[in-house]
Design a protein around this ligand. Structure first.
Ligand code: NAD
Length: 501
C-alpha cells in the first residue's frame, strides 16, 4: 500500500494540512509501482525535497492499459450514458471547488506560482473546465444524413477508446483539466502522465475522481519520467489516442512513436514565441500592462507568452519608459506572500536554461534594459528581464525561452509588422494593441496563430478553442472542438427497401 504525504502549511495566504497519496492510481486503486523506484519532488522556492512519489514503469503502463480497456468494455465508454458521465464530472467539479484553496496551496508549493494567482486563475479555470465538459457529456450528437428514401443513414460519435494524456509542469492542474474533461465527457478511458516536476495536484485530484465515483479503470494516473513512461505510452499498441502538451522536441517523438506503433491518433499542444504588437494608436497605459501580463504572467512559463514585443517607432520611447518601470515594479519572491507577483521558476533545469538564454543574448550583443540576473540565496528566482537592440537571427528572438524574458523591437509600418510577427516556426498566439478596429482586426487576420488577442493577452476560456498553427501543434483543445479529439465517427447505413434483383 503506497504512502501518503502530509504537508503542513503555515503561510500568510494558506494555513492547514494537506494529504497527498504518493502511489500510482490504477484500476480504481492506489498501488505501489512495480519497480520500487521513487522520484524526488523539489520545492522550487528553496531547492529542497518535499517528498518522493512512486515512479511508474513499463509494466505499470501495461496494467493501466489493461484496466482502462476493461473499463471501456464493461462499465465506461458506451456502457455509461452521457447523463451519468455528466453527473460524475459535475461531482468532480464540486469536489475540486470544495478543495480549491488546498489545490492552490499545492500548486504554489510544487510549481512555485503564487498562491493568489494559482487560486484565481489555475484552480478556478480548471474547475470551470471540468464543469464545462460535464455540460457536454450528454450532448455528443451525430447527424442523420439524407441519401435516398430507401435508406436511413446516421452518424455516431463514439468514444475512441483508451487514451493516454501527457502533460507539462507549467499549469499542472489546468493541463490535467483540459485533457481529462473532454476525454471523460465523451466516455474515453484515460491514462494520465503528469510532469515529473509537478505531480502533486494531479495526485490530489485523482483522490477526488475516486471519491466522485468514476468506475475503476476509467481514469488511471501514472507518474514517471518522460523517456520511460511517456515513451512507452506513445509506443503502446493498446492505446488508441495520445494527447500531448509539452515541447516541440518531445512532440516530434510522440508522432514518431505513433507512426512506428499502431498509428494512434495524435494531438499536440507545443511551444510558442508569440508576438505582442503595439501600434501607435494603442491605449498606451493598457498596452504596457497587458504586454507585461503577456510575458511575465506565470513567470514567463506560458506556451503563449508574448515574448517578442513589437512597438511602433512613434511611441517606442514612451512605451519603453513605462514598460521598464512596470517591469521593475513586479515583486519577485515567496509564492505565499500576498504582495508577490512572480515566484521561482519551476526547477533547477529551467532556471539554468533561462540564465543560459540571458547569457546568449548578452554575448550576441543585445542590450539588457532591466533584469538579467538571478535573485536570492536559494530557490530558482530570476529577475523579469527586457532585451532591446536585438537582431532577428539571435537565439533570444528565435527560440522559446519559457521564462520572464522578452525582447522589444521597434517597427515602422503595418506591412512590415505582419512579416516580422510571422517570422517564427511557431504559431500559438499573438496580441495586437490598437484602438483602430480595422487596423487591429486586419492585422489579427494576417497573423499565423491559433489565438489572436486584441487589446488583451493570455486570456483563455474553457469554451474557446486553443492550439497552434505551424510547429506549435496539431489539433485544438478546449471548446466544442476538443470533443472531436476523443470521438470516432461511425456512419451507419440502413437499407429500408432497396432490393437487389
Ligand atoms: P517537455 O516536452 O519536456 O515535457 C512535457 C511532458 O512530456 C512531461 O510530462 C514529460 O515527462 C513528457 N516527456 C518527456 N519526454 C518524453 C518522451 N520522450 N516521450 C513521451 N513523453 C515525454 O515539456 P515541459 O518542459 O514539461 O513543458 C514546457 C513545454 O511545454 C514548452 O515548450 C511549452 O511551450 C509547452 N507547453 C505548451 C502548451 C500548449 O498548450 N501549447 C501548454 C503548456 C506548455
Amino acid at each position: 500500500m503506497p504512502e501518503t504525504y502530509v504537508h503542513k502549511f503555515d503561510t500568510p495566504t494558506f494555513k492547514g494540512e494537506i494529504s497527498v497519496p504518493l502511489g500510482l492510481y490504477i484500476d480504481g486503486k492506489w498501488v505501489d509501482g512495480s519497480s520500487g523506484n521513487k522520484i524526488d519532488v523539489i520545492n522550487p522556492s528553496n531547492g529542497k525535497l518535499i517528498t518522493k512519489i512512486t515512479e511508474g514503469s513499463p509494466k505499470d503502463v501495461d496494467l493501466a492499459v489493461a484496466a482502462a480497456q476493461k473499463a471501456f468494455d464493461t462499465t465506461w465508454g458506451l456502457h455509461k450514458n452521457g447523463f451519468e458521465r455528466a453527473r460524475l464530472l459535475q461531482k468532480l467539479g464540486d469536489l475540486m471547488e470544495q478543495n480549491a484553496d488546498k489545490l492552490a496551496a499545492l500548486e504554489a508549493l510544487d510549481n512555485g506560482k503564487t498562491f493568489n494567482w494559482a487560486r484565481t486563475t489555475d484552480i478556478d479555470h480548471s474547475i470551470r473546465c471540468i464543469q464545462y465538459y460535464a455540460g457536454w457529456a450528454d450532448k455528443i450528437l451525430g447527424q442523420t444524413i439524407e441519401t435516398s428514401e430507401a435508406k436511413l443513414v446516421y452518424v455516431r460519435h463514439e468514444p475512441i477508446g483508451v487514451v493516454a494524456q501527457i502533460i507539462p509542469w507549467n499549469f499542472p492542474l489546468q493541463m490535467m483539466a483540459w485533457k481529462i474533461g473532454p476525454a471523460l465527457a465523451t466516455g474515453c478511458s484515460v491514462i494520465l502522465k503528469p510532469s515529473e516536476f509537478t505531480p502533486l495536484t494531479a495526485l490530489f485530484v485523482a483522490q477526488l475522481i475516486h471519491e466522485a465515483g468514476f468506475p475503476a479503470g476509467s481514469f488511471n494516473l501514472i507518474n514517471g519520467y518522460g523517456h520511460v513512461v511517456g515513451q512507452v505510452l506513445a509506443e503502446h499498441n493498446g492505446i488508441e489516442k495520445i494527447a500531448f502538451t509539452g515541447s516541440t522536441l518531445v512532440g516530434r517523438k510522440i508522432m514518431e512513436a505513433s507512426s512506428k506503433s499502431n498509428l494512434k491518433k495524435v494531438t499536440l499542444e507545443l511551444g510558442g514565441k508569440s508576438p505582442s504588437i503595439v501600434f501607435d494608436d494603442a491605449d498606451l497605459e493598457q498596452a504596457v500592462k497587458w504586454a507585461a501580463f503577456g510575458i511575465y504572467y506565470n513567470h514567463g512559463q506560458c506556451c503563449c507568452a508574448g515574448s517578442r514585443i513589437f512597438v511602433h517607432e512613434k511611441i517606442y520611447d514612451q512605451f519603453m519608459q513605462r514598460f521598464t518601470e512596470h517591469t521593475k515594479s513586479l515583486k519577485v519572491g515567496d509564492p505565499f506572500d500576498p504582495e508577490v507577483y512572480q515566484g521561482p521558476q519551476v526547477s533547477q533545469q529551467q532556471y539554468d536554461r533561462i540564465l543560459s538564454y540571458i547569457k546568449s543574448g548578452k554575448e550576441e550583443g543585445a542590450t539588457i534594459v532591466t533584469g538579467g540576473e538571478p535573485l536570492g540565496q536559494e530557490g530558482y528566482y530570476i529577475q523579469p528581464t527586457i532585451f532591446t537592440d536585438v537582431k532577428p537571427s539571435m537565439k533570444i528572438v528565435r527560440e522559446e525561452i519559457f521564462g520572464p524574458v522578452c525582447v522589444v523591437i521597434k517597427f515602422k509600418d503595418d506591412d512590415d509588422i505582419v512579416a516580422m510577427a510571422n517570422d517564427t516556426i511557431y504559431g500559438l498566439a499573438a496580441s495586437v494593441f490598437s484602438q483602430n478596429v480595422t487596423r487591429a482586426l486586419s492585422t489579427a487576420h494576417k497573423i499565423r496563430a491559433g489565438t489572436v488577442w486584441v487589446n488583451t493577452a493570455n486570456m483563455l476560456y474553457p469554451q474557446v478553442p486553443f492550439g497552434g498553427y505551424k510547429q506549435s501543434g496539431i489539433g485544438r483543445e478546449l471548446g466544442e472542438y476538443a470533443l472531436a479529439n476523443y470521438t470516432a465517427v461511425k456512419a451507419v447505413q440502413v437499407n429500408l427497401h432497396l432490393n437487389l434483383s
